[in-house]
Design a protein around this ligand. Sequence first.
Ligand code: CTP
Ligand code: MG
Length: 576
Amino acid sequence: MKTVLAFLKPYKLPAVVAFLLMLIELTVELMLPFFLGKMINEGVVNQDIDTIMMWGVIMIGLAFIAFIAGIINSFYSSHVGWGFAHDIRKKLFAKIQAFSFANLNQYPTSGLMTRFTNDVRQIQNTIYMILRIMSKAPLLVIGGVIMAFVVNARLALIFLITVPILVGFILWVLKRASGLFNKIQNSIDKVNRVMQENLSGMRLIKAFSRRNHEETRFTEANKTLANRTRYTFRFIESSMPVLLFVMNLSLIFIIWFGNLQTISGTTSVGDVVAIINYAMRVAMSISMFTFIIMGISRMKASADRVDQVLNVDVDLKDHDEADSSLRVKQGFITFDHVSFIYPGTTKSVLSNVRFSVNPGERLAVIGSTGSGKTSLFQLIPRLYDATEGEIRIDHRPTTDYTLDNLRRSIGYVPQSPLLFTGTVAENIAWGKEHASTKEIIHAAKDAQIHDAIMELDNQYQTKVGQKGVNLSGGQKQRISIARALIRNPKILMLDDSTSALDLTTESKLLHAMESYECTTLLITQKISTAMRADRILLIDEGKVLAIGTHEELLHSSSLYQRIVTSQFGKEYANVE
Ligand code: CTP
Ligand code: MG
């Protein structure tokens, strides 16, 4: 909770103002029964209209002051609450932007979303309530008891018995409840997660006709949430009758004992009325404890969860020795004895990988599925760091560059293209800040997507739905290629990005890419594509089996021969 609460610092002044205003309200509330007693004793009992009027005006005036103080207080309290929530969200967002892939694996999207929405709102509401009413309740209990003693110490003695009982009881209830709230929060997370997966996989679910399975999964998560919530709230609610019972008993006692004293003349009617009034206010405040501590324990659970994210160790950041003036100039890539294991796993995905790519060279990476091609790619822009060995660009370790400079020089087309909500033009321009229309069209033409875009209803202004549903797989691939090309990168990396293209289009694309002065790495499954590269890297089970031209590999690598045979037939491989 500490990290989150530190965000309150800039709001110290408005918080203090809100607190002082609350104290005004509190004072008025504590004075009213006292004055009411006086009005009865001096005015009503003596039938003195002037005194009644005087106390009446004083009380109305005080109530009015409290009313105004209350309004201004809620203004300041909500200012603190909103501002505070805004700051946390901002910080959370920035933090998640800095997350490495490994960090993202650790926190699923649904969990992050709940933190942004539910948790932040919970904290915000509680902060508001604390400033507005929560801090008043305990003070009112203490103040009420003291005032009751001032009015009539003998009658007030009953408070010494009831107040500790009630407070003790409520604290016991809440101690149990706080654990229950943690469980509720976890269930909310679960429901969100199931829902999120369901929504993003809706098409797949329909295609596989897995509706029932999904429904069962959701129903279970939902039921657990409902059960836990019900149990917790029932438990808390059941404390209410106990509270009311003790409170009513003490009221009966005050009235009974007060009556006896009034008859014997040791106490005045006004005192009894005032004490009853205090008793009710004190009891009300104590009953609010449930609500207060409930709010605070929920806030604590939420704040701890937000803290978790804010305190995550981002394992991938600029190294201290990174030189911010260092830029990638040529695009010379070296893998020097690189091994890689995904964080949190033990399986070696890449082992002892060694190769270099010259500036401007085109290297095709070929290998069976799961052989580590994507993993190899991800190490270059430092989406993950190598476990062993070193990757150098232009003869400098990648860690010498700032992440920003390194990634800016790279055009990366991931294996599964992701488009953002927005127009086609915006999606392409996403690759380069302030890209002009001319640049967008140029990149689109090179990516062989221009013609297809021109056939869309609104051409470049066509809206791409969430994740680009209204485009074909190949179109999405090419838009994300255009997005990479528009950067004019020094290093261009295509992860199986031409898989959905027909041969002619692919050929045109490869040709157009030649006009870019960059080192190109492209993962492909097709020998026909690989052949058009300067060299081919053959990878299997995380090891580089061979690197060289098509002809070289054909002679040196039996695996390569087998792949060629499987795609072109036996004759081809033999003839070569
Ligand atoms: N892997 C992993 N954790 C990830 C991604 C991958 O442990 N977050 C493992 C996979 O189990 C796989 C190996 O890393 O065995 C290599 O994965 P990858 O590099 O993605 O393989 P590719 O060669 O890219 O396979 P494909 O052609 O199917 O894309
Ligand atoms: Mg892959």
